[in-house]
Design a protein around this ligand. Sequence first.
Ligand SMILES: Cc1ncc(COP(=O)(O)O)c(C=O)c1O
Ligand SMILES: N[C@H](CCC[C@H](N)C(=O)O)C(=O)O
Length: 444
Amino acid sequence: MTLAELLPTMRSMVQARLESRVWPTGTTVDAHGDLRVGDLRVAELANRFGTPLQLLDTTDVRRRCRAYRAALPHAEVAYASKAFLCRAMARLVADEGLSLDVCSAGELAVARSVGFPAERILLHGNAKTPEDLKAALALHVGRIVIDSLDEIDQLGALVRDRQRVLVRVAPGVDGQTHASITTGTDDQKFGFPLSTGAAAEAVRRVLAEPSLGLVGLHGHIGSQIRKVASFEEATRRLIGLMARIRDEHGVELPELNIGGGHAVPQLPGDEEFDLAGFANRIEVAVHDECHRHGLRVPRLTIEPGRALVATAGVTVYRVTAVKNTTRRWVAVDGGMSDNPRPALYGAQYAVRLIGRPHTFPTQPATVVGRHCESGDVLAREVPLPHDLRAGDLLAVPCTGAYHHSLASNYNMVGRPPVLAVEGGVARLLVRRETEEDLLRRDVG
Ligand SMILES: Cc1ncc(COP(=O)(O)O)c(C=O)c1O
Ligand SMILES: N[C@H](CCC[C@H](N)C(=O)O)C(=O)O
């Protein structure tokens, strides 16, 4: 055996695979704190591309796309692009044979720029603007998901030929997640409640609009939902409404879209979402309910966002200051402008020192950002080495979904770059936002 052949084996002997569910598959770390993602040294990438840096392990994304398609071979899997979108991501999703859920003319523009098959695009949104609707119609997107009675009139007036639509229903199911990402209950802004008769009324109005072709119902009950039973219950309720539509209008709808929202582990001890159990129980629920009502089985669509990209993302920060006052505050060069989730949803993160060995015991630290808000906290009281100091690198896993897409320019800080890592090769997907970028929009 040559040395080159032996090297991978020798490396794997000293590198421990990070088994934790929050890192991209195959992430390793050695005794020197050398973290490798996509077979690349993260500390080296941080030095080369600067910090904060958002890494996306595209092998991990592909693996998850394939796992979803394999688990639900007869269903349509549409990636909820709000979780993270750029051209490379849209191309990857297209290559993997998934459909795409977009929410604005902007997201549509990204999809269009890479020639994403329009037939496989769904347009969502509770407040679609005329520009959103016109862009979707100009591109001939496959389906538009209607979210208000106003939209029925607005869309009806814009459509030239005929547009296939779904009606978004709030099925009255509480997925037991954070209130700000709960969308299945009656008292929130998305969709038409089932319980009040609003959904049935919306269906009547759509059917009366000759330019709209109603093909199905849609129900997305929220995000970071752990229990399969919540999806099952929503599915059963939506099929119940399909049966009533058949009875009242003589129309059997061919599509049922139950949205996304599958939880991902945020912290190392969190449970993994039971995808196989979900696939099995939803299939059974669909068949049972359809059989009970004498309905033909509709084609199922699901719309995972977070579940496809969250775990593929790792953010790297550099420590700018360590301050011991009431507690140990560790300040980094990013913060709520690249990750507003702790402030918005109380989201929790694991944090790891990388790039150097540490022999000291850990001690609780609160990792804060650089922004002018006391709520700019990335992780509260997490164990970090006792000797942590300015200049150190910290890696935060599970930052692939709703990080770059929720990022802002608060305090005129440019958004971080997104770097794809795959099989030892790094590829810049989105470059760092510069001061020049920020000033370009300021035309006054
Ligand atoms: C209509 C719709 N589908 C799917 C999703 C994806 O949710 P998640 O990323 O939790 O899977 C969302 C959330 O933004 C949504 O609003
Ligand atoms: N729009 C999604 C939730 C997005 C949650 C996301 N913004 C996050 O950071 O968790 C929904 O309606 O369920």
